[in-house]
Design a protein around this ligand. Structure first.
Ligand SMILES: [Zn+2]
Length: 486
């Protein structure tokens, strides 16, 4: 199946390595096996490597003959991948390899994330390290861990672990675009305490579900106006609360701080006589959402099912506090950049909600390319929490990567790209967090940095697919860049 999917694709060794690493489960915080594979592969290529305490690996490829005095170049990729699947798909991300197939010009997984983010980067770096025909200066191939759920690897790179003065990050997602800056981010986690009361009388438990949304990456897709399942759930519950005698039992939804939530569930209790009314209100809400999100979320569904019998539910005061809290939390783009066209400057993602004994916890995630605005939006979100009496826990966050339009590696990259493909590359900053900002910070700054990659659509969701032609173009550009810097 996988073998067939990559048959005839170029560059052959990149796809070979992609197939190999796809067979190794490598969700975030589960990178041990893939790192062993990388070290073993480096050894078999006759290359030295070293590993730090958290697991990051650097592989050293000495300069080709006569290029020993060239600048040391760091090529950087992350080894982990986001694990998301469609509900009906059976897949154990701890045990099963990723299965994929061709769809026209794209490679796509069978109902799971593909891991082309950043698996193509990993495979390309391995292929480049293997290539003995290349003209190049000293190369440090840096493979980091856990980019997707905390940038842990980047945050723990020790000064001196890498020594390069030029860094190329291979983890962006538009072929033909050079990235020169990214957003910083932080998470704000808040718990609203709830009081519960015993459920009495002739009642029925119902499960309300929001389904069929597209989701996506909170850095890459936040400006697309996709619906947030947690927000739609809140609207549905507020509507129900106006129309029936509803008790709230639990709320769940979303899975990752950096994913726009696709699904949400709530359990409610209503008088038996009002069960039909709930179905009616849910259908009305579905219509309203279909109309409002129109072509963007054509498959949105509000589903009602019989729920598990509940012994306890939130008291009315807690119910109101929780719903107002969820309704008040901002979500989406806060401001676009006035300097760089189409760049989202500041945004916030209402990412996860969970119910536990202590109350309802939400995870939200803020981003901005401007440090002060990152702090501003985090404080807005926290204020909503304060009004609801929530316990608030901000994370430390990570710094952004300030664009430098006078970078010399950028000038080289523009030249190389135009010569190779006969057109100017675009130069952009990205709203997602890239590791290069942090790594630069960790090693004392001043590393001339650029980021580029193949075209990946829908990363972090089961719709993820990589444009196979763009992988070839990306890889040829990478090879030429390594030559040009030497
Ligand atoms: Zn990535």
């Amino acid at each position: 199946m996988n073998e067939e999917a990559i048959q005839g694709l170029k560059p052959e060794r990149v796809w070979h390595f992609f197939r190999e690493i796809s067979a190794i489960p490598r969700g975030s915080k589960n990178e041990k096996a893939v790192l062993e594979y990388i070290k073993k592969t480096a050894t078999s290529m006759g290359l030295k490597s070293k590993q730090d305490k958290v697991g990051n690996v650097v592989v050293f490829k000495p300069a080709s003959l006569g290029k020993e005095g060239s600048p040391v170049v760091v090529l950087q990729v992350h080894t982990d991948m986001v694990c998301e699947k469609n509900r009906e798909v059976r897949h154990d991300f701890l045990k099963d390899g990723i299965k994929f197939h061709r769809e026209g010009d794209f490679l796509k997984a069978d109902g799971t994330t593909l891991g082309s983010d950043d698996g193509i980067g990993v495979a390309s770096l391995l292929s480049l390290l293997e290539d003995k025909s290349l003209v190049h200066g000293p190369i440090e191939g840096l493979f980091t861990i856990d980019e997707e759920t905390g940038l842990t690897g980047a945050n723990h790179v020790e000064p001196g672990f890498i020594t390069g003065s030029v860094m190329m990050n291979l983890d962006s997602e538009d072929e033909g675009v050079l990235y020169i800056g990214c957003a910083g981010g932080l998470d704000t986690t808040m718990t609203v305490p709830v009081k519960r009361k015993a459920v009495t009388g002739k009642v029925v438990s119902l499960k309300i579900m929001i389904r069929g949304l597209k989701g996506g990456h909170s850095g890459v897709d936040i400006h697309l106006g996709r619906a947030n399942a947690l927000k739609l759930m809140t609207r549905t519950l507020l509507e129900l609360d106006r129309k029936v005698k509803m008790k709230l039992v639990s709320l769940e939804g979303g899975s990752k701080h950096n994913a726009i939530p696709r699904e949400a569930e709530a359990t409610i209790v209503v008088p038996q006589a009002e069960e039909a009314k709930v179905t009616e209100v849910a259908a009305d809400c579905e219509k309203i959402f279909k109309n409002a999100f129109n072509s963007i979320e054509p498959d949105v569904k509000v589903v009602v099912e019989k729920g598990r019998k509940a012994k306890q539910a939130f008291d009315d005061k807690s119910k109101t506090a929780v719903l107002d809290f969820l309704n008040g939390i901002p979500h989406g783009v806060i401001r676009m950049s006035s300097d760089i066209p189409d760049l989202v400057e500041t945004s916030t993602n209402l990412a996860v909600m969970k119910t536990a004994a202590a109350g309802v916890t939400v995870v939200t995630s803020q981003r901005s390319s401007i440090e002060s605005e990152k702090e501003m939006i985090a404080s807005v979100v926290a204020s909503v929490g304060k009004l609801a009496g929530a316990k608030i826990k901000p994370s430390d966050g990570y710094p952004g990567w300030q664009p430098n339009v006078n970078s010399s590696v950028l000038a080289k990259a523009k030249d190389v790209y135009s010569t190779l493909y006969g057109k100017e590359p675009e130069v952009k900053a990205i709203h997602a967090g890239l590791e290069c900002g942090i790594i630069n910070d960790r090693v004392g700054g001043g590393v001339d940095t650029i980021s580029f990659g193949p075209t990946i659509i829908g990363p972090h969701s089961p719709d993820e697919r990589v444009d196979v032609g763009s992988v070839d173009k990306f890889y040829r550009f990478l090879i030429e860049m390594v030559k040009a810097v030497a």
